[in-house]
Each structure stands twice: as C-alpha cells, then as structure tokens.
Design a protein. Structure first.
Length: 484
C-alpha cells in the first residue's frame, strides 16, 4: 500500500474520531482540566479539595448529560481511587449502601407490574369507573398514579412507561390529536395533568422516586432519621390536599374544550376486553405487593428493614416466575440507577465527613446572620424550588444543593426536622415548573399536545400552588403529628 493510499484511508477515520467534539465530551474534558487548575483554599485540606472538585465535575456531567449517568458515576469512582482522594475500600463502599440496594430492588419489583400488564389494567379500571366526565377522567388517572407510586420508584417508568400510553390512547380515542389540530379538545389537558400528577406522586412515598432514598441518606447527616412510614405520614395531609386540588386548579387555568367524556369508559372497557381476564401472575403480583407494603409499614417493629423486605419481594417474584433472572439482567435502568445512586451517596458521605459541606455553607452563613430563621427558611426554600429552571435532573439538583441549603438554614436557627422535610418535598415538587424537570417531562411534552409557552405558564402556576400547600399546610401538619 502506498503512503498516499495509507493517508487517504486514515483521514476519514480520524475525522470520525473527532466527532466527539459534536457531543460535548471534548468540552467536558476541558472543563475537568480547568477544575484542576483552580487554586486550593488555605483552610481546606488537599484531599477534601480534590473530593469537592470530583463532586463538582460529577454534577456538571449529570447536568450536561455528556455521558449516561451511570458512566459519569463510574468516572467519579475511578477518579476518587486513582487520585488517592479516597482509599479503594472507601470508594467501593458505595456499592454496599442499603439505600442503593433498596432503590435497585424496587426497580425490579416495578418490572413485575409492567411485565404482567397489571399497571395498565389498573389505570383502565379507574377510567371505566370515573371517566364519564373530563374531570372524572382526570381523577381516574391521578388515582392510578397514586396507587402505583409506592411500588414504582422510577417515576419515568410509572409516568412514561405505564400512564403515558394510556393517556395517549384515551386522548386519540376521544378525537383529540395534534396532527388534526384538535389537541385542545382534551389531550392537552390530559398530557399536562399526567406530568403534573407524576411530579406530585413522587412526594407521597419514600419508594415513589429514585431520588427520595438519596434525600433520606443526606438527612442523616443532620441527625434526622426518616423511615418509609414517617415519610408517608409527613406527606399524608399536604399530599391529599394536592391530589384533590391539582386537577381542579388545572381544569380552571387550562380548561379542555370537552367537558363530558361518555366515550372514555367504553374505550377503557374495550382495552380491558382486549387484555382478557386477569391472569395468575397478576394475582401473584398483587399478593407480593400486599406482603411488601405490610413489611414496609410494620417490618421495622420486628427488625425487618425496607431493603430486606424489597429483596424478599424480588425473591418471591423469581419463585413464582413473575420475573426471570434474565429480566433482572435486562433491567438496565435499575443497574444504572444503582451505580449512580450508590456513588452519589458515597461522595456526599465523604464530603460531609471531610467537612467540605460545612466549609462551603460558611460562604452563605454570614448572609443569614441577624435574620429570623423563618425568613431564612422561606428564602432558601424559594431558592431551592425556582433554581430548578437550570437543572434537568432532580438528582443533580439534590446532590448539589440539598445539604448546603439545609445546613445554612439550620445554622440560622431553623428546626432540623422541619428544614429537612420542607427541602426534601420542594426538591421533588420543583420539577413541575418546566418540561425537562424530571424524566417523564420530555415524553409528555414531546407528544405535541402542548406548546412550550402554555407548558411553562401552567407549570409556574401549579408550582406556586404546590409551594402554598406544602409550605403552609405542611409545617402545621408535621407539628401536629410530632415530627418537629
């Protein structure tokens, strides 16, 4: 082969390899190099500063999505080990966290609901019962989400995987289709409702969102222990009020053209007929989740923690052949979430132990000096809520801000339990304000039923409504049941 031929062959390959410039990874690498050039503060030890830089690089990677979140987490793990910021034992301890295993097993349990079709069947049953009016139809979808939320920790699986196809099918069955310019007939309303309900249900149970166990783990740094039961109790009254009010508020501020939907129950009946009678494996799933909910509520009193109960539930699904081991291996979202969740828990723990969070909070602490703690807490809650406009991930949001904001509020005199609860719930509810706030957002928005202007306008109004309910009713309720 001549030299000219060799060069001609290699150039296209070289250009192809440089395509990395298009997806942002090259610039992300430059950013990481830039981080290393930052001067270390005199009052912070070198390992602690290195850990902070690794954490910052991880958060930026999650926000920019230059790599999948699991890949970003593995990069962070390797950086901690190779730079000797942490020992290899400390680094790999990330994957022994009970919280990480809880969320991993809960993903696997949710797969049983999806695989058997039980989740879809439940949604159509609610529509068949309540769907004669648009408002009744909306509550049937809300009830479906609420019913599924304690046992589907992936709000993306729950919202985009189970409820979105149902909402899309019902919308088109009622003659609402953006391709026919009839999206405002009922579909626009239902799409916004579906997303907003998904955001709301993330707050109701510890196992309703992959981020909630991370919040629980971070709360421990401030001496606050939150169990599955105490989370459900805290969310009980404000959650019930939000579940009741949200469809009514949306019906008022973003009304559908169609107010009566007599066709919806018939459509649901047809879908259920196509699915056939409930089969044996669906009964197995119902029984397994009944056992699980009992263990999650009453297990701690007999020494059975939530993670042990979840592992037992997965074992039962394997025994009764609801799931196969291949199903577990193919559940890529579960494995990815386990990796990034465990890694973030490990890094946040290490940051706390190294005093980095306390050091960083020191920059905001002086600003709050001399200000009454209720004012500080309100301001920081609003900051925590509306800063989500710059985040496309609740995980990145929580990892970057939760511990710092809670620490500043507590330093100003705010009761620790009250501070942790209001920051935890607002860290979920803030996803309501944009179409990219959490996983199902792009799916619902991408359906084409709602314009960007309408989506943000409605999201902003509902976000304010959430703040009023959870920021006013919440503290009163938590005080009444003795949580603070």
């Amino acid at each position: 082969m001549s030299q000219s031929t060799y060069i001609k062959f290699e150039v296209p390959s070289l250009l192809k390899s440089l395509s990395v410039l298009k997806n942002g990874r090259f610039f992300y690498a430059l950013f990481l190099v830039g981080l290393l050039a930052l001067p270390r503060p005199d009052d912070l030890a070198t390992p602690s500063w290195n850990l902070f830089l690794i954490f910052l690089g991880t958060i930026v990677g999650i926000m920019t999505q230059v790599f999948p979140m699991g890949a970003i987490a593995l990069l962070a793990v390797s950086a901690c080990a190779i730079t000797k910021t942490l020992t290899i034992q400390q680094t790999l301890s990330a994957f022994s966290s009970p919280i990480g295993w809880l969320i991993f097993t809960a993903f696997l349990l949710a797969r049983g609901f999806i695989k058997t079709g039980l989740g879809t069947r439940i949604a159509y049953h609610f529509i068949q019962i309540f769907g004669k009016s648009t408002l009744g139809l909306s509550y049937s979808l809300v009830f479906s989400e609420v019913f599924l939320s304690p046992i589907t920790p992936s709000n993306t699986a729950r919202g985009a995987g189970i409820l979105f196809p149902v909402i899309s099918s019902v919308s088109q069955g009622l003659g609402s289709d953006p391709k026919k310019k009839t999206e405002k007939r009922v579909g626009s309303y239902l799409m916004v409702l579906g997303y907003q309900t998904n955001v709301l249900t993330c707050t109701l149970f510890l196992t309703a969102s992959a981020c909630n166990p991370l919040l629980v783990q971070l709360a421990k740094k401030f001496g606050i222990e939150i169990s599955w039961t105490s989370w459900a109790m805290a969310a009980g009254l404000p959650g019930l009020i939000s579940v009741v009010l949200m469809p009514l508020i949306l019906f008022k501020i973003f009304p559908p053209e169609l107010k009566k939907t007599p066709e919806a129950p018939k459509l649901a009946q047809e879908k259920l007929k196509q699915m056939g009678p409930i089969h044996l494996k669906e009964y197995f799933v119902i029984g397994i989740f009944a056992v699980l909910l009992g263990l999650w509520v009453f297990g701690p009193s007999v020494g059975i923690d939530a993670t042990s109960a979840a592992l037992f539930g997965v074992s039962l699904m394997l025994i009764f052949e609801v799931l196969t081991f291949d199903d577990l291996l193919k559940e890529s979202n579960a494995w990815s979430t386990f990796i990034w969740m465990s890694t973030l828990i490990m890094i946040c723990q290490a940051l706390s132990d190294a005093g980095v969070i306390k050091w960083f909070g020191g920059f905001l602490g002086p600003v709050s000096q001399g200000v009454d703690w209720p004012i500080v807490l309100v301001v920081l809650t609003l900051l925590n809520f509306f800063i989500h406009y710059i985040f496309a991930s609740t995980t990145a949001h929580i990892s970057a801000l939760f511990a710092m904001l809670v620490g500043v509020a507590i330093a100003a005199g705010s009761p620790p339990a009250l501070t942790v609860l209001i920051m935890a719930f607002s860290s979920n509810l803030c996803a309501a304000i944009t179409h990219y706030g959490t996983g199902p957002g792009p799916v619902y928005f991408g359906s084409g039923y709602v314009s960007l202007k309408d989506w943000w306008a409605v999201g902003g109004k509902l976000g304010l409504a959430h703040l009023v309910v959870w920021g006013v009713i919440g503290p009163i309720w938590w005080k009444a049941i003795g949580l603070w």
